[in-house]
Design a protein around this ligand. Structure first.
Ligand code: EPU
Length: 331
């Protein structure tokens, strides 16, 4: 049995029958694929049980950077840390990904849920994803449009039955730096280089989010819910200071962290699980928590938000049990 505590950022002591590090495309051709679970660095998952199969850890860390016209074409191995890639690009004066600085996890995992922060989403810059299909045992690729990126979703998340191991991600980045400072913590700042944006984003993240190396967590546990304009207007009558983010499709996105906070669940502790004091949307392992304690805390938070606002929060993290992915409602 293999201990997975350093392969899930909650730091939960769960095990897998076997663990194989995949360091190249060649490794994939011979790897065991029956019931294999693919992991990057386990930054956005909750493991509820010991896994009855093999875990394949993505360690493919190649990097190829070329210049084409007025753009940089960057092809990164799926196992590279996203933040190491961003640091390398900024050191080489290649802008575009700086708003996504310090997000834990790998390049290969980032497009699965289209990670986003501080006004940017990774999918905006992706032109190609290469993968190995563990069931058909063949290589393939998806173009930007085929990835169907949306808010914390993609083709991969919409098709959990497909077991695609992401071998490489290709980004197309404009040579000229255009700052994106729409997020309120960045607006009004004199951030005129990618390096300055990166430094500011890192400082903002540190001020709000716990470092998984010190306190187990998987970032935002729930997605920000999208509701109708009517529902948002209705809630605003009772909660005039509730943040609202109108979307282009007419729906309104609400801040799950704010809802959890106002439902009285910021900084709470149940057993060895809790919500983070500076950002209620983050569920933390306060030390030695078992999976069921994280689940119980999350269910409690979900129920309090439902009772207070009539809104059902949906997990952002993916949840895996004994034999594979499980839906939140099944737990
Ligand atoms: N808020 C509270 N109390 C809280 C938390 C938030 O009142 O405990 C309020 C904030 O003051 C703000 C609003 O809620 O008015 C939104 O909070 P914040 O700006 O921190 O962002 P978020 O919507 O909670 C999202 C992402 C984060 C990302 C930040 C910054 C989701 C689910 N989460 O959080 O992503 O870092 O924006 O861009 O979309 C992640 O996905 O793991 C993650 C951390």
């Amino acid at each position: 049995m293999q201990d997975l505590s350093s392969f899930n950022s909650f730091g939960l002591h769960v095990h897998a029958q076997n663990l194989v590090r995949i360091c190249s495309e060649a490794d994939l051709k011979n790897c065991p694929s029956d019931h294999a679970l693919i992991l990057g660095r386990g930054s956005d998952i909750l493991l509820t049980d010991d896994y009855e199969g093999t875990v394949l850890v993505n360690c493919i860390s190649s990097l190829d950077i070329r210049h084409e016209g007025d753009r940089w074409i960057v092809r990164s191995g799926g196992g590279m840390e996203l933040d190491s890639l961003i640091e390398t690009l900024i050191a080489r004066n290649i802008p575009g990904l700086e708003n996504l600085s310090a997000i834990p996890g790998t390049v290969g995992a980032a497009p699965i849920q289209n990670v986003g922060a501080y006004g940017a989403e990774v999918g905006e810059h992706i032109v190609k994803i290469e993968y190995f299909d563990l069931d058909r045992r063949c290589f393939g690729s998806l173009s930007h449009d085929e990835c169907e990126f949306g808010y914390r979703t993609s083709f991969f998340k919409k098709h959990p039955e497909l077991r695609y191991f992401v071998t490489a991600v290709t980004f197309s980045l404009a040579e000229k730096f255009v700052s994106r400072l729409t997020y309120k913590g960045l607006a009004g700042e004199a951030l005129d280089t990618p390096y300055k944006v990166r430094e500011k984003v890192i400082a903002l993240r540190r001020s709000k989010l716990p470092d998984p190396a010190q306190i187990g967590n998987a970032g935002s546990f729930f997605k920000n819910p999208e509701v109708s304009e009517d529902k948002a207007a209705d809630l605003r009558r009772s909660w005039p200071d509730m943040p609202v983010y109108p979307q282009s499709d007419g729906t309104v996105k609400l801040a799950a962290g704010w809802l959890i906070d106002k439902a009285g669940c910021r900084g709470i502790t149940h057993g060895r699980a809790g919500t983070w004091e500076n950002q209620a949307l983050v569920i933390v392992n306060r030390g030695g928590a078992r999976p069921h304690e994280i689940v119980a805390l999350a269910k409690y938070v979900q129920m309090e938000v439902m009772n207070t606002f009539g809104i059902s929060l949906e997990p952002e993290v993916r949840i895996y049990g004994k034999t594979g992915e499980i839906s939140w409602d099944q737990i």
